[in-house]
Design a protein around this ligand. Structure first.
Ligand code: FEO
Length: 390
């Protein structure tokens, strides 16, 4: 167990580490586990920034109490209510019911459901400053980084940004600081993955937030997962990684399909022959490959057979993964497939598309068993009509 350590004079890391967390948020493989960073600022007022997840709350509180008694904490800032950063609040409130929680007004409503009790509360308005002695906290609302209630906290005099999930990674070394870690390449890969899966789907809001941060002089980024970035080069690179991905063009046509006996594949290839684009055989593509392709798409064909009265799990998963790509709501898709008897596969995917609020081209295209030559020609015309529909 790593004990508390000073990030800067009188600013302590009091976080927790979960090396066994090999799958994060169900979709990110995290071979190095993760950390829940929490920070304790000692000034005239004693301030905690973020907490920890429930199963590590006891260890977290012990770590705080190795520095000061929990009863002496005046404020706890909750930048984000997701339980990996807020669940520890419940234990802290048991120990210190007088502490004042600082969070966005939206966060207060959610926090009540996390701790199931009342607490002293100070709403953090956007741009609000709070003197805590020699230091000043500034609160910056960052809606949809990646929940609606999210904010960041900036420690004005020390030029430290506490962005919670922002600029986080599922990576750490005992040295914790970017200037000291050995495996920088691995760190940046995990940094990118965290961003890609957690924040990038909220592209528009992330761009707005990055603009907001440009007005700040930042000497250290102290996120609530993973490595603390403490060099100018590291901070610049962190911004670049985000900006580069967000500005990538998304203009391809992807034909993603799963085919049990080659019939769906025949339609996929006919579509490809007619309109070009990129084929993606979902039965053999990794999750990362699927994401990379659908990330780059302006329009997507999804193909699947009916399988035991259902559909191909690969096609269903690919559609759901679309929900982890930037600007996905309203994405243009068309569905095609083959069936033998009752043909539930495509209607099921149509329901998914409607629930996801995708822009579904109608009608979908399906054939019974193998497509005839005539049906292949129909599929080509259908695909062209989809592509030419604005
Ligand atoms: Fe690390 Fe959105 O919680």
């Amino acid at each position: 167990m790593i004990g508390s350590f000073e990030v800067k004079k009188n600013i302590y890391w009091v976080g927790t580490i979960d090396p066994a967390k090999k799958v994060f948020d169900l979709v990110i493989d995290s071979p190095y586990g993760t950390t829940y960073n929490s920070y304790l600022i000692l000034d005239e007022k004693r301030v905690l920034i973020d907490t920890t997840e429930e199963k590590l709350a006891k260890e977290w509180l012990e770590k705080i109490e190795n520095v000061i008694p929990a009863e002496e904490i005046n404020y706890v800032v909750i930048n984000h209510v997701e339980p990996d950063h807020s669940a520890g609040l419940k234990l802290l409130l048991e120990k210190n019911p007088n502490v004042t929680v600082i969070a966005t007004p939206q966060a207060k409503i959610l926090l009540k459901e996390v701790v199931n009790r009342d607490f002293n509360f100070m709403p953090a308005k956007d741009g609000m400053e709070l003197k805590i002695g020699k230091r000043t906290l500034k609160f910056i609302q960052m809606p949809f980084w990646h929940w609606p209630e999210t904010m960041m906290t900036y420690l004005v005099e020390d030029k430290i940004l506490f962005p919670c999930d922002g600029f986080g990674s599922n990576y750490f070394e005992e040295s914790f600081f970017y200037s000291k870690i050995q495996q920088k390449e691995t760190y940046w890969r995990e940094f990118w993955k965290y961003f890609r899966f957690v924040l990038a789907p909220f592209r528009k809001f992330i761009i707005q937030g990055l603009e907001k941060l440009k007005g700040l002089e930042i000497e250290m980024i102290a996120p609530s997962h993973g490595v603390i970035i403490d060099t100018r080069e590291g901070i610049e690179k962190a911004f670049e990684v985000y900006e580069e991905f967000l500005k990538k063009p998304r203009n391809k046509i992807i034909i993603a399909y799963a085919s049990a006996h080659g019939n769906v594949e025949k339609i996929a290839k006919a579509i490809h022959e007619e309109i070009g684009g990129e084929l993606l055989d979902l039965a053999y593509a990794s999750r990362e490959e699927v994401l990379e392709k659908i990330d780059s798409a302006k329009a997507i064909f999804f193909g699947a057979p009916t399988l035991n009265g259902m559909t191909a799990p690969q096609t269903l998963e690919a559609m759901i993964l679309l929900g982890l790509t930037p600007d996905w709501r309203g994405k243009r898709i068309a569905l095609f497939g083959s069936y033998g008897w009752s043909g539930e596969g495509i209607p099921l995917l149509e329901e998914v598309a409607k629930k996801m609020r995708l822009k579904l081209y109608q009608p979908s295209f399906r054939v019974k068993f193998a497509p005839s030559e005539e049906e292949i020609e129909k599929a080509k015309k259908w695909a062209r009509a989809f592509i030419e529909t604005p």
